[in-house]
Design a protein around this ligand. Structure first.
Ligand code: ZN
Length: 312
């Protein structure tokens, strides 16, 4: 385990479990899961923007869910989770690239979100809409998309509904995010699934014995408190042991999460160069065209002459 200085030495609470996804298995019961804690990476992503606290809070949860699910990807994969709605927050997006890179952003109506408190629910902030999980995998970027209505009160409820409808894998999920008085964000998430055994495609029907095991272990899992998911001084393996020690929990190597925006000047120039002349003329100011990456808020400026298709 990583050395952790006592929390009082640090201005901001961090631990060796931060920005790590810890996979685990409960072998006897054919269950697997993941525990994620986000700290510095979450703050880097949110710090690029000046989002109201309630917007940052739900985006933090989307990033946490994306870390949990994205870390299950095989090589050459990319997972995008989007929540689109007609509400105060019209769009929440997070990407996970294989290797652990993450990015995300939100689009919202500033006046509308100011009507809601800091901890307003996803349901209140988004209104009617849907949650889409898009997976691109393999060299030819084979694409798979699953969609569920934004029906639940919280993101974890919506995602649990998604698993019930699309994946037909018995799944329980908990997500928590919080900003402390210094402005520092922390988030945590816990996912538990019953492993399928060679019955791909069909609905998962648990035998009565399995059902009993699932009920017992998922009840233990759902007993986790938000304060435990968010506690910087409670290492991830210790939290798993606290929850599941009677079931024989086994942890695997953690997956490190980092901030990774894949925008760059050359790629953006080649995209802009394909814009119709009329649009470019509209964007131009004193011979300069500027574009801002919505994920990381980096502003790129181009001379109009740079953006001819030949130059790109
Ligand atoms: Zn960027």
């Amino acid at each position: 385990m990583t050395d952790r200085p006592p929390p009082h030495i640090q201005l901001r609470t961090q631990s060796g479990s931060d920005d790590r996804v810890l996979p685990f298995a409960i072998d006897q019961q054919d269950m697997r899961g993941r525990l994620v804690r986000l700290g510095p990476v979450l703050n880097e992503i949110l710090d690029a923007h000046n989002y109201p606290a309630n917007v940052a809070h739900v985006l933090a949860e989307v990033l946490t869910l994306t870390a949990l699910l994205g870390s299950m990807l095989k090589e050459d994969g990319r997972l995008t989770i989007q929540a689109k709605s007609d509400g105060a927050i019209s769009l929440l997006v997070a990407d996970y690239f294989d290797g652990g890179g993450m990015r995300g952003y939100a689009q919202f109506d500033a006046a509308a979100v100011s009507n809601y408190g800091r901890g307003a629910s996803l349901n209140a902030l988004t209104g009617r809409g849907y949650l889409a999980l898009t997976l691109e995998q393999g060299e030819d970027a084979e694409r798979y998309q699953g969609i569920v209505d934004l029906d639940g009160e919280s993101l974890s409820e919506c995602a649990t509904l998604y698993f019930a409808q699309s994946e037909q894998t018995p799944t329980r999920l908990r997500l928590a995010a919080q900003q402390d008085e210094t402005g520092w964000w922390r988030a945590g998430g816990l996912l538990l699934q019953h492993l399928s055994r060679g019955e791909d495609g069909g609905p998962r029907l648990l035998s009565p014995d399995q059902q009993e095991d699932w009920n017992r272990v998922s009840t233990l899992m759902m007993s986790v408190r938000d304060t435990e998911l968010l506690a910087a001084d409670l290492a991830s393996p210790d939290l798993l042991f606290r929850l599941f020690h009677e079931e024989g929990v086994r942890v695997f190597d953690p997956v490190a999460i980092s901030r990774d925006c894949r925008c760059n000047r050359e790629r953006l120039a080649s995209v802009l160069a394909r814009f119709p002349e009329e649009d470019l003329a509209h964007m131009e100011e004193d011979g300069v065209i500027t574009a801002t990456c919505e994920y990381c808020n980096t502003r790129y400026a181009f001379d109009r002459a740079e953006l001819t298709p030949d130059a790109a």
